[in-house]
Design a protein. Structure first.
Length: 183
């Protein structure tokens, strides 16, 4: 046989095998053999795997009383708050110093790093604007802000009102509600 004939016979054989799925188990035609491990009338099941226990992140009690020498020795208390923000809900209303409605008046909310109790405090110069909004047409304002935890005081400034009638409110680490009626 010539090389050409051998090559064409081999090609024809390869194409035939590819077209019929290559033979063996799982083919679509011809009789199939069953192995002793499998039977057409029974279902093979795997044994149930035991569930992995939940990981325990409690610190070693012996190491809690000693100073940490490396970062691997550090432990965080279970009640530690990892959040870097606190939610503050504002519920404001009332009237301005002249008795007029606060409807549609502009409100600016500032945050301060220090606890400020007086408008004369020098820390008021270092305020950061958090939000600008308006009272609704009924003169009410309800707003929830996410405030960074490093701020200690909110200054709520209503445009058109005297400075002495603005609001200073100290913030705590817990979620805070600031409810106030201006008058």
């Amino acid at each position: 046989m010539t090389t050409f004939n051998q090559l064409s016979t081999l090609t024809l054989l390869c194409l035939t095998l590819c077209a019929c799925g290559g033979g063996g188990e799982g083919g679509s035609s011809g009789p199939t053999s069953t192995s002793p491990a499998s039977s057409s009338s029974s279902t093979v099941t795997t044994p149930a795997q035991p569930a992995e226990p939940a990981p325990n992140f409690d610190p070693d009690p012996d190491r809690l009383d000693s100073a940490a020498e490396t970062s691997n020795d550090l432990h965080v208390k279970a009640d530690f708050n990892f959040s870097t923000i606190k939610s503050v809900t504002l519920d404001l209303g009332g009237q301005d110093v002249f008795g007029a409605s606060l409807a549609n008046k502009m409100v600016k909310i500032y945050a301060l790093y220090d606890v400020v109790e007086s408008y004369a405090d020098q820390a008021l110069a270092d305020k950061a604007l958090l939000a600008t909004t308006r009272f609704n047409s009924a003169g009410q304002l309800t707003l929830t802000l996410d405030v960074p935890v490093n701020y200690q005081t909110l200054l709520i400034s209503v445009d058109g009102m005297l400075q002495s009638n603005h609001l200073l409110s100290e913030l705590t680490m817990q979620a805070t509600t600031v409810a106030h009626q201006f008058n």
